[in-house]
Design a protein around this ligand. Structure first.
Ligand SMILES: Cc1ncc(COP(=O)(O)O)c(C=O)c1O
Length: 228
């Protein structure tokens, strides 16, 4: 079998998806922590990307790379009326020239002026499709109902196996930098990936900001899907 002697370097079709430098870690001095001998460090992951901050970049970037590599023309995802994830997906679509569809929980919103968050999605070109709260619970059939069959489907909150690999990178950036890494949890995807990326002896602590009863099972199943 013959190989080209001097293969051309791979073209980089998506500069917007190039890996980003590690986000900075900044110390916060606070006597309430110091009194207990605790050093508090803030991982300024909000600075990791100007339009896809924090876990939005961590979770979306691997999915966006998969969507681009798979030749999908459109992204579809899900969220509530104030979803940062919807906004980030809309921004990603604009950056990559991909169409985006946002399936929004609450059909009553269709009758009202868009709030700032949804208006931002629309301004970035996202087509919004409002569904009832009960229809929203079973998401499998919703992309087709929204006219987005064939689109790359990103789950609510962006949490899937690929997203966990992106969040594991966040954990690796913290390797050796702290004993405990704490993060707020919505779907649990960030915690699940972050924990997998931390080094030996480090622990991840998740603080559920919505009812957290389902999170342990969800995190276990996400980790199994991502890492086995
Ligand atoms: C700042 C911040 N922290 C934590 C979370 C929770 O992320 P997850 O849904 O992965 O648990 C979110 C939501 O995405 C968030 O915006």
């Amino acid at each position: 079998m013959e190989h080209p002697v001097d293969p051309a370097p791979d073209p980089d079709p998506e500069p917007a998806l190039r890996p980003r430098p590690a986000s900075p870690l900044r110390e916060v001095r606070d006597e309430r922590f110091a009194a207990y001998g605790v050093r508090l460090l803030l991982k300024r992951d909000d600075l990791v990307h100007p339009e896809l901050p924090g876990n939005k970049w961590r979770k979306l970037a691997p999915n966006l790379r998969a969507a681009v590599a798979g030749g999908y023309p459109e992204l579809v995802t899900f969220g509530g009326a104030y979803s940062n994830h919807l906004q980030a997906t809309a921004a990603a679509g604009r950056l990559l020239g991909l169409a985006t569809v946002g399936i929004v929980r609450g059909d009553e919103l269709a009758e009202r002026p868009l709030n700032g968050s949804l208006a931002r999605c629309a301004a970035d070109g996202m087509r919004l499709h409002f569904v009832t709260r009960s229809a929203y619970r079973d998401k499998a059939g919703l992309p087709a109902l929204a006219g987005a069959e064939g689109a790359y489907v990103i789950p609510e909150g962006g949490s899937n196996a690929l997203a966990l690999h992106g969040c594991a990178e966040l954990g690796r950036e913290l390797s050796g930098a702290c004993d405990v890494a704490a993060v707020a949890c919505g779907t649990g995807g960030t915690l699940a990936g972050l924990a997998a990326g931390l080094g030996a002896g480090q622990r991840a602590l998740g603080v559920p900001v919505v009812g957290g009863g389902f999170l342990e099972a969800e995190i276990r199943s996400l980790q199994t899907a991502a890492f086995g």
